[in-house]
Design a protein around this ligand. Structure first.
Ligand code: HEM
Length: 149
């Protein structure tokens, strides 16, 4: 199994990084859509229907599959021999960032359902602030995997 994963390593990493980019694009864009959606909530049904469609498609067609792919290829990298030294700090700080990113994804998913049901109490300003969170996790994760302290 170890030898098999070592042979696959460059391709596992290629697929991991591609999935990460797709996932991140959604994590940055969806809260932006929520800001506009919340600000224009009273503008009329046609506009809010359009926002709901864009949000649902972004989450289902891009973000959910990209998150699953990131986790799958990431775990294959974890099980590839010689890559992760659990006595170092970086795998733990990376895990913290990844769990934070995954929590944020689910937070957005719940807000999407509330927005579609008309029961969301989060303000546009709060969505703007939350929009900065994936950047913080991204800095933690990329610093962890590249600096490897
Ligand atoms: C979801 C769970 C994840 C797991 C289990 C995971 C695991 C890993 C592992 C073990 C490596 C090391 C590969 C090596 O040593 O060559 C790696 C590489 C990498 N990961 Fe993740 N990862 C995850 C999510 C993420 C996320 C969310 C990001 C970015 C936001 C990310 C960005 C990267 C990058 C850029 C590399 C390449 C670093 C290099 O040049 O070696 N990963 N990942």
């Amino acid at each position: 199994m170890g030898e098999f994963l070592t042979g696959l390593y460059p391709w596992t990493k290629v697929l991991h990084v591609i999935s990460v980019i797709a996932w991140m694009s959604g994590l940055f864009y969806l809260p932006r859509l929520f800001v506009y959606h919340t600000e224009k909530a009273k503008a009329g049904a046609v506009l809010t229907d359009t926002f709901e469609l864009m949000e649902r498609r972004l989450l289902r067609a891009i973000m959910n599959p990209a998150m699953i792919a990131t986790w799958t290829f990431g775990m294959l990298l974890v099980f590839t021999p010689g890559l992760v030294d659990w006595t170092s700090a970086w795998p733990w700080s990376k895990a913290f960032g990844v769990l934070g990113m995954t929590w944020f994804h689910h937070w957005l998913g719940l807000r999407r359902k509330e927005l579609a049901a008309g029961t969301c109490n989060v303000t546009a300003r709060r969505f703007r602030i939350m929009n900065e969170l994936p950047t913080v996790f991204l800095v933690v994760i990329v610093t962890s995997v590249i600096v490897r302290f």
